[in-house]
Design a binder for this molecule. Structure first.
Ligand code: S3P
Length: 176
């Protein structure tokens, strides 16, 4: 009898703007899996936007909801899950997923990220008089946490299908 853990879901994480949702939807289509975006599910359940949650309750409350959802989703099966960019910075959340899910961190060049995020208004973590400096600062602060994730794929200046192919290769490797 094999001791291998059955991998339940593919979890895509990484900084804001790396492409978790776009890549995740394409990957799910390719594998015939369902796709779930953690933040969208949270907004649906709370009946308000992530920004409204941050504004009314503060970041700590949002992180609490996010953490509960990570532990819940870690038990689902057959999904491609896109986390929020800060969700797996918490080591407990990462550990919950890593027990039986393939966790892949998407990486992206900071300038490419800024190109994608400079117009975004739905990212409360970037609220600042100098959002570009804030984006770089937070990215640097999170690097040690992202570095703990086993699988990484670069998404800067690369077509979606190439990124999806890399993740599929990890998926095959994890299942054999
Ligand atoms: C956050 C990223 C956001 C969302 C929230 C906090 C973060 O998700 O969860 O605004 O701390 O990086 P995206 O990565 O999908 O933008």
């Amino acid at each position: 009898m094999s001791n291998k853990v059955l991998i339940r879901n593919i979890v895509l994480t990484g900084y804001m703007g790396v492409g978790k949702t776009t890549i995740g939807k394409q990957l799910a289509r390719e594998l015939g899996y369902r796709f779930i975006d953690m933040d969208s599910l949270l907004e649906l359940r709370e009946g308000r936007t992530i920004r409204a949650i941050f504004e009314a309750e503060g970041e700590a409350y949002f992180r609490h909801l996010e953490s509960e959802l990570c532990h819940e989703l870690a038990m689902w099966r057959g999904y491609v899950i896109a986390t929020g960019g800060g969700a797996l910075v918490n080591g407990h959340n990462l550990a919950a997923f890593e027990k039986a899910n393939l966790v892949v961190c998407l990486d992206c060049d900071p300038e490419a990220l800024w190109e994608r995020l400079s117009e975004a208004e739905n990212r409360p973590m970037l609220d600042s008089d100098n959002p570009k400096a804030r984006l770089f600062e937070l990215l640097v602060a999170r690097q040690p946490a992202y570095a703990k994730i086993q699988y990484h794929v670069d998404t800067s200046w690369r077509p979606t299908e190439d990124v999806v192919a890399d993740i599929c290769a990890f998926w095959t490797q994890a299942n054999t």
